[in-house]
Design a protein around this ligand. Sequence first.
Ligand SMILES: NC(=O)c1ccc[n+]([C@@H]2O[C@H](COP(=O)([O-])OP(=O)(O)OC[C@H]3O[C@@H](n4cnc5c(N)ncnc54)[C@H](OP(=O)(O)O)[C@@H]3O)[C@@H](O)[C@H]2O)c1
Length: 311
Amino acid sequence: MRVFLAGATGAIGKQLVPRLVEAGHEVHGMTRSESKQAMLHELGAVPVVADALDPDQVAEAVGRARPDVIVHQLTAIGAVDLRHFDRDFALTNRLRTEGTDHLLSAGQAVGVRRFVAQGVGGYGAYARTGGPVKTEEDPLDPTPARGMRETLAAIRHLEEAVLGARWTEGIVLRYGVFYGPGTSMAPGEEQFELVRRRKFPLVGDGGGVWSFIHVADAAEATVAAVERGSRGVYNVVDDDPAPVAKWLPTLAQELGAKKPMRVPRVIGRLFAGEAGVVMMTDVRGASNAKAKRELGWRPAHPSWRDGFAAA
Ligand SMILES: NC(=O)c1ccc[n+]([C@@H]2O[C@H](COP(=O)([O-])OP(=O)(O)OC[C@H]3O[C@@H](n4cnc5c(N)ncnc54)[C@H](OP(=O)(O)O)[C@@H]3O)[C@@H](O)[C@H]2O)c1
């Protein structure tokens, strides 16, 4: 198939291009930068330069590629100050709203048969009520923490737009928290360094449940969704949702760091805002049963425990 990949140069995009090519697909990889064309070429993609926030550029790029499938992996996360979560996600939120709409319009114009988009399963998209591990049937958070409302609204927009596009097979992959090469959770990178330098404290009871996914496993699941996904949502997470109180000390030990500091919620709120406290104490994890069953996918790193050690 011909696959148009928006976000081809990012953490997941770089894993995805070679896998799609290896599986026999012709990949048109989008970037804003002329200078990243050579890298995309080397990965095996046809480079396409366009700004995802410019509807004319997107329409022209997709029109020229005439893909069978569009994959939307656009984000602009960068460094996030948890006290200003929505502010720091503002550009990502635009990519999830305007960017999604532009790609959908362009895809409809050329009649793509599948539209696969990046959703969120790993850091607080699910409602914070009921059990610790959520399936795709469970609702997204109707009352997000203050500071995360715009981000959750953008995620909701993306999901509704993609799943509501009845002219195509709209698929949302709710990825767990990425770790591994090219992500901020890798040796020497931001999050691992915070843990190593004991600057990632355990807030309150550390009861927030996180679902992780090795970025290579996320890419494998995405190839499966491109080839045989059906309209709907799939959690793309590992087999081992775990509370912060479990994974954070394990990661610290793995990195040879001292045990994470423990701080009460009220102190946590001062330096991580409400969004940070919610992520540490209250978020829910996700189940990958549907992705395994329907996509025939299995993560090569079934648990973050082995995955972190391997990383
Ligand atoms: N589930 C998760 O845990 C999750 C999800 C996403 C990201 N992250 C993490 O966030 C960190 C930073 O990621 P990031 O958000 O900076 O993403 P990234 O991994 O660098 O990828 C962003 C992609 O979006 C493209 N892009 C952004 N704005 C664009 C625009 N206006 N027009 C066209 N393309 C555009 C970029 O292309 P160009 O820059 O080449 O134009 C790039 O290919 C990484 O550590 C990653 O692991 C985690």
